[in-house]
Ligand binder design. Structure first.
Ligand SMILES: NC(=O)c1ccc[n+]([C@@H]2O[C@H](COP(=O)([O-])OP(=O)(O)OC[C@H]3O[C@@H](n4cnc5c(N)ncnc54)[C@H](O)[C@@H]3O)[C@@H](O)[C@H]2O)c1
Length: 435
């Protein structure tokens, strides 16, 4: 078993830490935010992610949380799990990565610096040169990108589709791969640049599928097809598969938006215009705003209308609101003069624009509302189309931004219902024309 140091106690760093501890390694997690470290020392997880609290509790004796960089000095592996947000230009901001490199203490033996943060292709080569320039040429370097998804991060880490390791030395690749002993998964051994590109390409491909099915949904709306049936039929093709073919109001989160920009910038900095990715990004931006058009078709002007936003996190089972479509929707609704009430079971809505009323329950959100919009497909919303909701609303209109509800059942329950790319039914109350 190894001693593993981790820089960053965010989603990736903490999940990596508790999972390596679960695999039997001794782990030191270092962050720069004192409250985070204090909470972790008390056994509290600073964000909502299933299984992390249990693993933290179960492996306490193998986990140390610290602000002190010197505590990683005898670690054999140093994982970089810091955030790499976009800069104004769209390039990845690597300042936190460089801070880790600059802060590394004198390290004995042959520790390996392992990059788990998502970084542009070529970062490893630059970090390698930076380590050498600091006299740390005895420190190995490997890229080991992370593919976990928030909401089921622990099961993704413990049961990944693959582990990718790219290093400058074969022995370093083997050493990093050996940390995952006990997890039955293919290990992709490659060079550093390719490992970095695998992460960016995988994310770009997933986003492409989302924007693709969203465009198909929009064409379905115009032509009378039903995107749910279309996606099911398409996804059964073994060349295509069923994943990431769920139409909705667009992707958000801490990864897809920034990683798509970073890859687009990386390409254009290298002289290549990545046309397809540019379209994927644009489609996603437009998709978030389509709900506004749907609301106007039913309600006319939104000025003075009360709209309930149900779900704020960028996806269910997380409280992460980074780049969540709810933020764009709330801003647009406020700009249209609507009164916006918002509810989420775990996200606190702190990053929503001023003027949004955050309420503690679905019942509070829909009371007297002119429309309810499902923004995040929380399980709690599956029973939304109830008699209780219908009578509580001023106007029983549901815009289902995630195609969570059954259209026929919802209409039978007395609601006017619109999903994304779903067939309009005969007998559906005709929308009020926009004045
Ligand atoms: N969140 C995801 O689902 C996910 C999935 C795969 C990959 N990634 C990538 O992993 C990286 C981390 O993402 P995240 O969501 O965990 O970010 P995060 O913002 O949740 O966490 C980053 C942590 O790093 C800490 N930090 C910053 N500078 C530090 C330093 N010098 N030393 C120690 N800690 C420091 C921050 O305080 C923060 O707690 C990003 O590059 C991201 O793109 C994220």
């Amino acid at each position: 078993m190894a001693k593993v140091g981790i820089f960053g106690a965010g989603w990736v760093g903490l999940v990596t830490g508790v999972c390596f501890a679960e695999l039997g390694h001794e782990v030191v997690v270092r962050d720069v935010v004192p409250e985070k470290i204090e909470r972790l020392r008390r056994g509290e997880v600073p964000f909502h992610e299933a299984q992390v609290p249990d693993l933290l509790e179960r492996n306490r004796e193998r986990l140390t949380f610290t602000l002190d960089v010197d505590e990683v000095v005898d670690c054999e592996f140093l994982f970089v799990c810091v955030d790499t947000p976009p800069t104004y230009s769209g390039d990845a901001d690597l300042s936190r990565v460089w801070r880790v490199v600059d802060e590394l203490p004198e390290l004995p033996g042959h520790p390996i610096l392992v990059m788990k943060s998502t970084v542009p292709v070529g970062t490893g080569e630059k970090v390698r040169a930076g380590l050498d320039a600091r006299g740390l040429d005895h420190v190995g370097y490997a890229s080991n990108p992370e593919f976990l998804a928030e909401g089921h991060a622990v099961s993704d880490f413990m049961g990944p589709d693959r582990v990718v390791v790219g290093a400058f030395e074969a022995a370093d690749t083997d050493a990093v791969a050996s940390l995952y002993d006990g997890i039955d998964t293919p290990i992709v051994r490659t060079d550093v640049n390719s490992a970095e590109m695998i992460k960016l390409a995988a994310n770009a491909f997933l986003m492409t599928r989302i924007s693709f099915i969203n465009e198909i949904a929009n064409v379905c709306e115009a032509t009378g097809a039903d995107v749910v049936a279309v996606a099911a039929g398409v996804g059964l093709d073994s060349r295509l598969g069923p994943h990431f073919l769920r139409a909705g109001i667009g992707y958000g989160g801490s990864c897809f938006p920034k990683d798509s920009l970073a890859l687009k910038q990386l390409a254009s900095n290298s002289g290549y215009h990545f046309q397809l990715l540019s379209a994927v990004i644009e489609v996603n931006e437009l998709q978030k705003r389509r709900v506004i058009g749907k609301l106007k078709r039913h309600l006319g002007s939104l000025h003075g209308k009360t709209v309930a936003l149900l779900g704020l996190a960028f996806k269910p089972n997380t409280d992460d609101m980074r780049e969540a479509p709810s933020i764009v929707l709330a801003s647009r609704l406020l700009a249209e003069g609507a009164d916006v009430r918002a509810w989420d079971p775990v996200a606190d809505g702190g990053t929503l624009p001023r003027g949004v009323e955050i309420v503690p329950s679905v019942a509070d959100a829909v009371r007297g509302a002119d429309a309810a919009v499902i923004v995040t497909e929380w399980d709690e919303l599956r029973g939304l189309a109830s008699e209780e909701t219908r009578t509580a609303m001023a106007n029983p209109l549901i815009i289902d931004g995630r195609n969570l509800l059954d259209p026929a059942e919802t209409r039978l329950a007395g609601f006017t219902y619109e999903g994304i790319g779903r067939q309009a039914f005969a007998g559906d109350p005709s929308p009020t024309p926009t004045p």
